[in-house]
Design a protein around this ligand. Sequence first.
Ligand code: AMP
Length: 228
Amino acid sequence: MALQRPVIFLGPPGAGKGTQAKRLSAHYGVPHLSTGDMLRDHVHRGTELGKKAKPIMDRGDLVPDDVVLGIIEDRVAQEDCARGFVFDGFPRTMPQALVLDQVLEKKHFPEPLVVNFHVDYDELLHRVSGRWMCSVNGEIYNIYEKPPKVKGLCDKCGGKLIQRSDDRVDVVRDRLAAFAKQTQPLIDYYRSKGDLNEIDGAASVEEVARRLEEIVARHGSDGHRPQR
Ligand code: AMP
């Protein structure tokens, strides 16, 4: 079955949005649009935007809406997004959600399918502050739950494991506070529009993927825009 609606994954850092977004986008052959990855790419390349974003990201705050919206508007205008996409980590504020509504409507996309991932605060802290990633192939480890066989090295390719600078426990607390303050209101917004699907993000990766498949099977092709 085709995925006919853009998908939005809402949820705090560490809820499993990235893992599931990668799987879903690969399964349906649509792009995975992670604003966090796009911003990290700018930081890595040392662009003006990256230089502006880096200190904000390093302290766990949100990058200004106009910066993120600029990146997203350019990205969804590209050819490969014509058949839909999976948003991971966007929108994260009410202004972003309202502009996104306008962009989707202007480009004649159906209403988005929104999935909200819940996970307890302590579990999130544990997941994110224990997260290390292979610098070569991007494989994710958790030093508490899924440690590599050899400390600091990837099981698959022997690449060096690195920790994101904003995954340190003090910054994770600030990222979770930013989520509670700025992103939580979006849950009510999408719920009031009747677009919200809830997922228990504490379940295993396979169980969350199975539940997501059910949601997509049930709602992945509705979301027609009402005639105005
Ligand atoms: P993530 O990889 O999604 O956890 O994002 C990492 C960081 O990038 C966040 O802590 C923010 O500083 C920034 N960021 C990512 N997406 C957004 C967004 N939609 N709005 C504002 N800042 C964002």
